[in-house]
Write a protein that binds this ligand. Structure first.
Ligand code: GLY
Ligand code: MN
Ligand code: MN
Length: 356
């Protein structure tokens, strides 16, 4: 069934006259539009894309199956909705701002606004083969970048230099952008779960966490590896092996029907048993797609069973302030009979020889 028809089923089920979408990721998913301004309106018998002069030509080329209406943005949208005579309109409750809601209410006094309750976001959580191929390609570029950076990184470089090289390499390989600003956290900074690359200089014997990903054809990848510039100490090895055991054990439990909360518990129990429960303060993972963080939840909020075609991360970590931290993150597809790991980079403990 086409995505437009899935939306039309919802209209019928929820007794809506139409829906209005403009969160960029949902808009792209439904209409294929990659620009920055536009509104999707779907009613029982019309699929409309409203955009302004800047994007009319692009929308005509990209939004197959939609009538393109050129109007001023955002003011024209209420005129179009008025002309359609809609009474009950589904909207993105997590995206419409209070100001926009006030404006809509004033200009459309007879329209009842109804929450879509994340309908499109839930649709997006199960991927088609085509979407999976884009995510796999983004993951492949990410793996290649990691291989490259292991040869590139040397004591004396700033974390920012490493982040820049990652970005340059991935874009050269076909990525259109980064999934998020790369995390390059070295030495004691590796205890920061989201330690964005800074001007800190990487030292001999630093432990280093790289968490990064790229966008390929609109879809994200996400991977983390921690490694050592020189030899790891016994304590660093113990932490690394604890995180690795938690990561591999929870990964092996991925299959249709399992819930994010159950996967989270598997990893958390292992880390807690080793005495580091307090040092694993975030969820096990998350869904990945057009957004780097999307459904399904892979944490204590993950009460929805996994389905084939979902893409998730499995990324436990242990972070010790004033010491350092380790995280290991793989990107994984839920398949009919289990899982497929897209991140191919080694998870064996890496000790770089900085004298070479
Ligand atoms: N740093 C983003 C993530 O791994 O979820
Ligand atoms: Mn990540
Ligand atoms: Mn992640």
């Amino acid at each position: 069934m086409t995505r437009i028809n899935q939306v039309r089923n919802l209209l019928q089920e929820r007794n809506l006259d139409g829906i209005l979408l403009y969160k960029p990721e949902n808009r792209r998913y439904i209409s294929n539009f990659t620009g920055s301004a536009g509104y999707v309106i779907i009613t029982k018998d019309r699929a409309i894309f409203v955009t302004d002069f800047r994007y009319t030509e692009q929308a005509t080329a990209q939004c197959q199956g939609f009538e393109i209406i050129e109007n001023s943005i955002p003011n024209g949208i209420t005129d179009v909705l008025n002309d359609l005579g809609i009474n009950k309109l589904g909207v993105e409750e997590d995206y419409v701002t209070y100001g926009q809601y006030q404006d809509f209410s004033k200009k459309l006094p007879n329209v009842e606004f109804v929450s879509l309750e994340g309908f499109i976001t839930k649709m997006r959580s199960v991927k088609t083969q085509e979407e999976l191929s884009y995510i796999a390609k983004a993951a492949e570029i990410t793996d290649e970048a990691f291989q490259h950076i292991l040869k590139y990184i040397k004591p004396g470089m700033r974390e920012l230099d490493v982040a820049l090289e990652l970005e340059f390499f991935m874009k050269k390989k076909g990525a259109s952008g980064l999934s998020f600003e790369s995390i390059v956290a070295s030495g004691k900074r590796s205890s920061l779960p989201h330690g964005k690359a800074s001007d800190k200089v990487i030292d001999k014997d630093d432990m280093i966490t790289l968490d990064f990903g790229c966008i390929y054809n609109g879809y994200c990848s996400d991977m983390t590896r921690s490694f050592f510039m020189g030899k790891a100490t016994d304590k660093q090895k113990e932490i690394y092996n604890t995180v690795l055991e938690a990561q591999e054990t929870s990964l092996k439990a991925v299959k249709p029907g399992v819930k994010g909360i159950e996967l989270d518990k598997i990893a958390r129990d292992i880390i807690t048993e080793k005495g580091y429960g307090q040092n694993f303060g975030h969820g096990l993972g998350h869904g990945v797609g057009i957004e780097v963080h999307e459904l399904p939840h892979v944490n204590v909020r993950g009460t929805v069973p996994m389905e084939p075609g979902m893409v998730i991360t499995i990324e436990p970590g242990v972070y010790i302030p004033d010491f350092g931290g380790v995280r290991i993150e793989d990107l994984v597809i839920v398949t009919e009979d289990g899982y497929q790991v897209l991140s191919k980079s080694t998870k064996e403990l890496i000790e770089l020889n900085y004298n070479n």
